[in-house]
Design a protein. Structure first.
Length: 166
């Protein structure tokens, strides 16, 4: 199925999508593309918020705000994502549900990509409504969706690992 179709399926059954991706074999290039596309979409989704901040007149030009966001989302966030994936894998081992390093990375990276439309919506709401209860509510929805997707992906990876070892 297409990536966009898998993203839509992930909103209902994220574990099943991660399991199908794991069944395609270990493809580090694909996992890295998922991460980079997710970071790129999240970066683009921040533009309305950054434009609002620049127009409010804090003295920081829009180009500087965009440059900082670009550095953060396209260079620093991917490095942090690899570290978080390693911690997730170690956490699963501590819970006695061992999964592979690749499975942990795929579960996290796919979750970021699958929730990237929500991240973009959060940026739009922050850009038009500013900071406030509506922006915080959308941010909470984004976090819940992300954590739900990560948990389902890790659970599917653990089930896949258990079946492979049996």
């Amino acid at each position: 199925m297409s990536v966009s179709g898998d993203i839509l399926r992930s909103w209902r059954r994220p574990g099943a999508v991660v399991r199908a991706l794991l069944a395609q074999g270990q493809r580090e290039d694909r996992a890295l593309v998922y991460l980079m596309v997710a970071c790129g979409l999240i970066f683009l989704g921040q533009w309305p918020r950054l434009i609002r901040i620049a127009e409010e007149g804090d003295g920081v030009p829009l180009q500087a705000l965009l440059g900082g966001a670009l550095l953060g989302w396209m260079f620093i966030a991917p490095l942090l994502a690899y570290g978080i994936a390693a911690l997730l894998r170690l956490g699963m081992v501590a819970l006695r549900r061992p999964i592979g390093w690749y499975a942990a990375r795929l579960a996290l990276f796919w979750s970021l990509l699958a929730t990237s439309p929500l991240w973009m919506a959060h940026g739009v709401v922050a850009g038009y409504a500013g900071s406030g209860p509506m922006t915080e509510a959308v941010g909470l929805v984004v976090l819940v969706a992300l954590f739900r997707s990560i948990a389902a992906g890790l659970g599917a990876a653990a089930l896949e690992a258990r079946e492979a070892s049996a």
